[in-house]
Design a protein around this ligand. Structure first.
Ligand SMILES: [Zn+2]
Length: 120
């Protein structure tokens, strides 16, 4: 990894889906909301290769699972505290709805977190 001296805030880089090497290039191509996100092969600014090796992003599944569980727990707590009279059957439905609603962002975020955690 090249040290460009332009490293900015890690959390901001992850949220803005920026390159882990230069913090300038975008990890994902711009697309519409109905399609699955497509990654750039290399950083447009510094040429950093995002997909390091075959199967590199298998580890991002664990990050994705953690994000989904986190939002599932948040949804459960929101249902428990803000809608105490809600029937129990609607809680897993609400959790499924939230997890499906964030799935696209979860996909992108988990990969970006993973390449920032393991940039070599
Ligand atoms: Zn870059």
């Amino acid at each position: 990894m090249k040290n460009t001296g332009k490293r900015s805030n890690l959390v901001l880089n992850i949220l803005k889906e920026r390159c882990p090497n230069c913090s300038q290039g975008h990890v994902f191509k711009k697309g519409n909301l109905l399609k699955m996100p497509v990654m750039n092969e290399k950083c447009e600014a510094c040429g950093y290769k995002f997909d390091r090796e075959p199967g590199y992003f298998l580890g991002a599944m664990y990050v994705s699972y953690g994000i989904a569980v986190f939002f599932g727990i948040l949804t459960y707590l929101a249902c428990y505290f803000f809608f105490p009279s809600l029937q129990v059957i609607y809680i897993p439905i609400a959790i499924l709805f939230v997890i499906l609603a964030i799935s696209r962002k979860n996909f992108k975020l988990s990969r970006v977190i993973y390449i920032h955690l393991f940039p070599w």
